[in-house]
Design a protein. Structure first.
Length: 652
C-alpha cells in the first residue's frame, strides 16, 4: 500500500500525520475501521510548527499551555486565594484576579487613594463629601471616619459604590480622621490609604467644600508652630514647636538652620499642605538669597512631615532661575488647585522681568504628587505691568467658587492700570482639573492714582457662612483719607471668583496705623460657624505699642468696628509694636474654637534681654479671644523670634 497523508485543520491539531505501509496484502476495504487488530500497531508521527510540541497527538505551546507547562501533561494550578494559575516561559505561576495585586506571596485588594478633603482642611458641611480614586478593577470602597489617628475612637464606617460618600448624619465639631479601603465582591481590603484628617466647623453650609491649611507636621490634629528668627549673629533659624492637648510645646521639637549666614534662611515660613499625600502637612521655607549653581537665585526648601514631625534636613528644594527676580520673596500654600488629592504651592518672583517690562513679576505653580512637588513649575503667570511686582502679595488654599478646588489670588499693588498711575489690581486664578489651563483674571482695580490696591491681601476663609471662601483686600488709604491709615475691604466669594464690590469696608482712624498691611483670616474664634478676621494696627505716637483688632464674621460681612481689640500695652511688648505682622489662627486646645497667635517680633522681655521676640497664644472663646495669653514664648537676645524687618516669618 502506498504512503498516505492526512491533513487535520483546527487548533492543536497536527498539520500532517504520516503512516507507513499497513497490511499491504489485504483489501483496503477491510482496513477501513474494521481490521483494528492489524492497524493498532501503526507508528503515528506528529510534526508541529516551530515553538510547539506534540503532546498526546496534539501540537501545544509548552511555554504557555496550562495543561502542558514546560513539558507534556504538566498541569498548572494554584492555591493562592483571589488568583488564577499561569504558565509563562514553561514555568507554572499565578496571577492576581482583577482588583487585586501581589503583596508578598498573597493577592490583596488594591488600595484606593484619598482625594479630599485635604489633610488639615476645614470642611464647610457637617456631612462632608469624602472623595477617593479607585484603582483598576475595584468598584466599591469602605471608609472609616474616626476621632483619633489610631482609628479606634468614635468610628463611623461608610460603604459606597463609586468614588465618594457622605456620612448619614452630621459629624460633631472638631477633628476627624479618615481612610479608605477597596472592596471586590465579598473581599474587603486589609490595607488602607494613609490616614488623613479634616476639621468640622460649627456651621453647616449649603456648599459642600473645604478651605485652608493648618500646619500639623506630625499629623496628630493639633496645630504646630514654625517660627523663624532674624539672628543678630547672622545665623537665622526656624524653630518648630508641636501642638498638643496642653497647647504649644515650650521647647522646640525641631530646630532648622543653615550654614550660610548670607542666604536669608526663613525669609518666609508657611505650611505647604500635604504635597505627597502621606497624611502629614509639610513645611516650606523661603531662602531668598540661596546659592543655586553659584548664583544667589533664591530657593524654597520643603520639609516633609511625618509621625515625628519634620527632620533637620529639607526633603526637596525649588530653585530660582533668574538673578534679581526675587524668587521666593512670597510663598503660599496653594491647596489642591487641580483636585488630584495632592497639595500644591505657589511661589512669587516679584521682580521678574517679563519681556521689556521691568519688575513685572511672576507667580509659579508647583503641583504635588506621590513623590512630592514637581521640581519645575507646571504653570507660570506673568505680570502685565511695568514695576507691578505681580505676586508680592499672594494667597491661596481657599475655594472661592465652590468647585472643591483651591484658588489663588495675587496682586500687582504698584501697577498702573488703565488711565491711572500706581492704582494697583488684584487677580484671581481659579483652580481647574487641568492645571495648565488655569488663567488669571483681573478681579478688582484701584479707583484712583496712588491707591496701591492689593498692598494687603488675604484669603480669609468663609466669613459669611455660605460655604465659599472670601477675600480681604487692603490699600494704604482711601481717596483723601489719612496717609497709611489703611483700608480693608472684604469681598464675597462667588461662582466666578469673588465679587468686585466689597460687602464690608473698615479702616484705620489714625495716620500710620497701616490696617491694610497685617490682616489675616484666623478661623472661627467664637464658634458661630463663620470665619473671623484679625487686622493689625501698627504703633503710632498716640499708641506706640500697637494693637490687633478682631472682626467677627457675619452673614453680611463684618461689623464697622472691631468686636475685640488686644492692645500691645496689655501684652508686655516693650519695643516692637503689635500689628506689624499678621495674627495667625489655629487650633491648640481641643475645644473646637480657633486660637490666635500674636507676634511682637523684636520685643524686649526685660531690660537686659533685648530684641528677643515674643509669641503669645490667646484661646478662642464664644466672646472672642481670651483677654490674657495662655502662653508666652520668648526668643533669645537679638533673635527677633517670629519675624524680622523682612516680613512675617511665622506659620501654623
Amino acid at each position: 500500500m502506498d504512503l498516505c497523508l492526512y491533513r487535520f485543520d483546527g487548533p492543536n491539531r497536527p498539520d500532517v500525520m504520516e503512516a507507513g505501509a499497513v497490511d499491504s496484502g489485504l483489501d483496503a476495504r477491510e482496513d477501513s475501521g474494521v481490521d483494528s487488530g492489524v492497524d493498532s500497531g501503526v507508528d503515528i508521527q506528529v510534526t508541529c510548527d516551530a515553538g510547539a510540541a506534540a503532546c498526546n497527538g496534539f501540537c501545544v505551546n509548552t511555554a504557555t499551555d496550562l495543561n502542558h507547562c514546560g513539558m507534556c501533561d504538566r498541569r498548572c494550578t494554584t492555591t493562592v486565594t483571589n488568583a488564577r494559575a499561569t504558565c509563562a516561559m514553561g514555568a507554572c505561576g499565578f496571577e492576581c484576579d482583577a482588583g487585586f495585586e501581589l503583596v508578598g506571596a498573597a493577592c490583596e485588594v488594591r488600595v484606593p487613594r484619598a482625594i479630599g478633603p485635604m489633610t488639615s482642611a476645614t470642611v464647610t458641611s457637617q456631612r462632608p463629601t469624602l472623595e477617593w480614586e479607585l484603582p483598576m478593577g475595584v468598584r466599591d470602597a469602605s471608609v472609616d471616619v474616626c476621632r483619633d489617628r489610631a482609628m479606634t475612637m468614635g468610628c463611623v464606617t461608610l460603604s459606597a459604590t463609586g468614588t465618594s460618600a457622605r456620612p448619614t448624619s452630621a459629624l460633631t465639631a472638631g477633628v476627624w480622621f479618615w481612610r479608605v479601603r477597596g472592596r471586590v465582591g465579598g473581599s474587603l481590603g486589609t490595607r488602607t490609604s494613609p490616614v488623613w484628617w479634616f476639621r468640622v466647623g460649627h456651621g453647616d453650609a449649603m456648599v459642600d467644600t473645604f478651605h485652608g491649611v493648618e500646619l500639623d507636621v506630625n499629623g496628630d490634629g493639633w496645630a504646630d508652630v514654625a517660627a523663624a528668627t532674624s539672628d543678630g549673629g547672622g545665623e537665622p533659624r526656624v524653630f518648630v514647636h508641636h501642638g498638643g492637648v496642653a497647647g504649644i510645646s515650650t521647647t522646640p521639637s525641631q530646630t532648622l538652620e543653615t550654614t550660610d549666614g548670607l542666604e536669608r534662611f526663613g525669609w518666609r515660613v508657611a505650611a505647604a499642605g500635604d504635597v505627597n499625600g502621606d497624611g502629614y502637612v509639610d513645611l516650606q521655607i523661603s531662602v531668598i538669597n540661596a546659592l543655586v549653581g553659584g548664583q544667589r537665585l533664591g530657593a524654597v526648601r520643603v520639609y516633609y512631615g511625618s509621625a515625628t514631625g519634620v527632620g533637620p534636613v529639607h526633603s526637596m528644594q525649588l530653585d530660582g532661575v533668574t538673578m534679581g527676580a526675587g524668587f521666593s520673596r512670597e510663598i503660599a500654600p496653594g491647596g489642591d488647585v487641580n483636585g488630584d488629592g495632592y497639595a500644591d504651592v505657589v511661589v512669587a518672583s516679584s521682580f521678574q522681568q517679563v519681556g521689556a517690562l521691568a519688575s513685572a513679576g511672576r507667580v509659579s505653580l508647583y503641583l504635588g504628587s506621590a513623590t512630592g512637588l514637581s521640581s519645575t513649575p507646571v504653570r507660570v503667570w506673568d505680570g502685565q505691568y511695568m514695576q507691578g511686582s505681580f505676586g508680592l502679595q499672594l494667597a491661596g488654599a481657599g475655594d472661592l467658587n465652590g468647585d472643591r478646588r483651591s484658588d489663588v489670588i495675587a496682586a500687582s499693588a504698584t501697577a498702573s492700570v488703565g488711565p491711572r498711575t500706581v492704582n494697583g489690581a488684584v487677580f484671581v486664578v481659579l483652580g481647574a482639573r487641568v492645571a495648565t489651563a488655569m488663567m488669571p483674571s483681573m478681579a478688582v482695580v484701584g479707583a484712583f492714582n496712588g491707591a496701591q490696591l492689593g498692598e494687603g491681601l488675604a484669603l480669609v476663609g468663609d466669613v459669611t457662612g455660605d460655604g465659599l471662601a472670601d477675600v480681604a483686600v487692603g490699600a494704604p488709604s482711601t481717596m483723601g483719607g489719612l496717609p497709611n491709615a489703611g483700608l480693608v475691604a472684604v469681598h464675597r466669594g462667588n461662582r466666578v471668583g469673588f465679587e468686585p464690590t466689597p460687602i464690608a469696608t473698615v479702616g484705620g482712624s489714625e495716620e500710620g496705623t497701616r490696617w491694610h498691611a497685617a490682616m489675616s483670616g484666623v478661623g472661627d474664634i467664637n464658634g458661630d460657624g463663620r470665619a473671623d478676621i484679625a487686622i493689625g494696627a501698627a504703633g503710632t505716637p498716640g499708641n506706640p505699642l500697637g494693637a490687633v483688632n478682631f472682626f467677627f464674621g457675619r452673614a453680611s460681612g463684618i461689623d464697622a468696628s472691631p468686636n475685640v481689640t488686644i492692645l500691645g500695652s496689655e501684652m508686655g511688648a516693650r519695643t516692637q509694636p503689635l500689628g506689624s505682622l499678621p495674627a495667625i489662627g489655629g487650633h491648640l486646645d481641643g475645644d473646637g474654637l480657633a486660637d490666635v497667635l500674636i507676634v511682637s517680633s523684636c520685643a524686649d522681655s526685660s531690660a537686659s534681654l533685648r530684641s528677643v521676640g515674643r509669641m503669645l497664644w490667646f484661646r478662642g472663646r464664644t466672646t472672642g479671644p481670651s483677654s490674657t495669653p495662655a502662653l508666652s514664648l520668648d526668643g533669645s537676645s537679638g533673635q527677633c523670634l517670629g519675624g524680622s524687618v523682612f516680613g512675617p516669618q511665622l506659620a501654623w
